[in-house]
Design a protein around this ligand. Structure first.
Ligand SMILES: Nc1ncnc2c1ncn2[C@@H]1O[C@H](COP(=O)(O)OP(=O)(O)OP(=O)(O)O)[C@@H](O)[C@H]1O
Ligand SMILES: [Mg+2]
Length: 487
């Protein structure tokens, strides 16, 4: 035994004990907190700083308790069991994030006997940037999660489906009734008629409103991924599938609504699988043979003529009949021109809201001009046309001249009710009244001269060039075809 070592230290065990208590003292002074657990995860030692951090002011002893009881979500027991150290982890302790290390303790034979946990926070100034980055990431994650949930809620309500025409009121009423029934709905309508809008409104008014509305666009997803989107992916099912199971959209929609958009564009091969899901509510993740049951309500939509596709063998008849439980046909805009004034008003208001600019209006003659167009892109196209008109002009009122981007009126004279009583819709300004009167007079002159513009111009006391200008402005060129013009 060498000099300098106290005589009472006779055994190796004593030396070890002294060393460990010296180490514990060192941990105590070095770190913000230190705790030791045994193999079973029971606290055998904890320093006062740690107790203060977790707000332990009880008189009862902390030693002997399971670590998770005292430090919720502690991983020390796992480290004691695995014998694997975890250096520099960020751990949430109450309201704060701390940087911790977890070090397994081994006996002489290398067996794990417990673990030491230390809190480094505040001591290592250099770790602060990591902690603040982590905190920022958590904030971002929380907002991304919130957004994801919001994205799965209904974005539109029935009140947003604007329309006063009989056709619009009828379809809205049918859709409201559909919302109350938990049946498959098939939304049929040309592009831009509001199928997506109604799908959201139906989900939002249904008993599934609190659960997710999950949209699958059958047209936009590559064929091989479409299956994954719908049915989920098992680890390793295909290259890049990752190691964690990814839920398919069908699973995400469990309890809610699955919006199968552009269903007419779904590959035939998938149609059979979809049919099975609809019939049995069973899904199978890609790459697995486990089958799960899901509860979804399907709202399908297409602008294609599904029935014709069935007849042509492009769409499975059995799937068609399964989807076509409650068909809702949304009429095209051209069949409900009564809706134009209110649609323009609403759309212009929402454009103004977005841009922060003054709300524009469409003059009665402007509306007539719009009514003469056949709107293949329906309400979406109307939105675009209004936007273009606004961009091209600063005027607050949009008249026919602002809709030059549309082909000239296609409605022939006899169909336009332009006698005094209906042509001159109550004007809101002198300019408007003059325009309305001009419009009516020009039509009368053209009718009286069988469409010969030179004669009509004479009758009106203006030059032929001036007449042309007005015909162009009012979108009336087609009502007086050039072929009849003998001059
Ligand atoms: N009746 C309506 N009232 C107000 N806005 C409408 C109406 N119908 C459609 N819209 C608007 O027109 C745009 C197109 O509607 P939506 O996307 O629902 O059409 P869609 O039928 O799904 O078209 P597509 O077949 O091209 O996907 C949206 O901005 C929508 O809000
Ligand atoms: Mg759509």
């Amino acid at each position: 035994m060498s000099k300098g070592v106290p005589a009472r230290l006779t055994s190796e065990a004593d030396v070890r004990n002294l060393a460990s208590s010296a180490l514990l003292k060192l941990f105590d002074s070095l770190y913000e907190g230190a705790v030791v657990v045994d193999r079973a995860g029971r606290i055998t030692w904890i320093n006062d700083k740690y107790k203060a951090l977790i707000g332990w002011n009880g008189t009862e002893s902390i030693e002997g308790r399971l670590v998770e009881e005292v430090i919720p979500n502690s991983r020390l027991r796992a480290v004691a069991e695995s014998g694997q150290a975890e250096m520099l982890d960020i751990f949430t302790l109450g309201q704060r994030q701390v940087v911790v290390s977890r070090i397994p303790l081994h006996d002489d034979g290398g067996a794990s006997i417990g673990a030491l946990g230390i809190i480094l926070y505040d001591r290592l100034q250099a770790l602060r940037p990591i902690v603040s980055k982590f905190q920022q990431m958590q904030v971002d994650l929380a907002s991304a999660r919130r957004e994801l949930t919001e994205n799965r809620q209904a974005k539109y309500r029935f009140s947003q489906f604007v329309g006063v025409s009989r056709a619009a009121r009828e379809i809205k009423e049918q859709a409201r009734r559909a919302a109350e029934r938990d049946m498959s709905v098939l939304l049929l309508g040309e592009t831009g008629t509001g199928k997506e809008l109604l799908a959201h409104a139906i989900h939002g008014a249904s008993r599934r409103a609190e659960a997710s509305l999950v949209r699958i666009n059958a047209a936009a997803i590559p064929e091989n991924l479409l299956e994954a989107e719908r049915f989920g992916v098992e680890p390793g099912a295909y290259t890049g599938a990752g190691s964690k199971p990814r839920p398919g959209k069908f699973q995400l929609a469990d309890g809610g609504t699955l919006f199968l958009d552009e269903v007419g564009d779904m590959p035939l091969a998938l149609q059979a699988k979809l049919l099975r899901v609809l019939q049995e509510g069973e899904i199978e993740a890609l790459g697995s043979n486990r089958v799960r049951t899901v509860d979804v309500r399907v709202i399908a939509a297409t602008s294609r003529n599904l029935k014709a596709m069935v007849d042509a063998g492009e769409f499975r008849a059995d799937l068609y009949y399964r989807l076509n439980v409650l068909p809702l046909r949304i009429p095209p805009l051209r069949e409900r021109s009564d809706d134009l004034p209110i649609l323009c008003e609403t759309l212009l208001e929402s454009i103004a809201e977005r841009t922060g600019e003054v709300v524009r209006t469409v003059t009665p003659i402007g509306l007539e001009r719009l009514a003469g167009y056949h709107w293949p892109g329906n309400v979406r196209e109307l939105q675009n046309v209004l936007q273009q008109a606004i961009a091209a002009s600063d005027e607050r009122e949009l008249g026919p001249m602002h809709f030059d981007m549309l082909p000239v009126a296609q409605v022939p004279i006899p169909e336009r009710k332009l006698d005094e009583s209906s042509a001159v819709v109550p004007a809101r300004s002198l300019r408007e009244a003059v325009a309305a009167a001009e419009h009516a007079e020009i039509l009368k002159a053209l009718a009286a001269t069988a469409g010969v513009k030179l004669h009509a111009a004479k009758l009106l006391g203006i030059s032929r060039a001036q007449l042309y200008e007005k015909l162009t402005a009012y979108g009336m060129l087609s009502v007086a075809p050039d072929s009849q013009d003998t001059d």
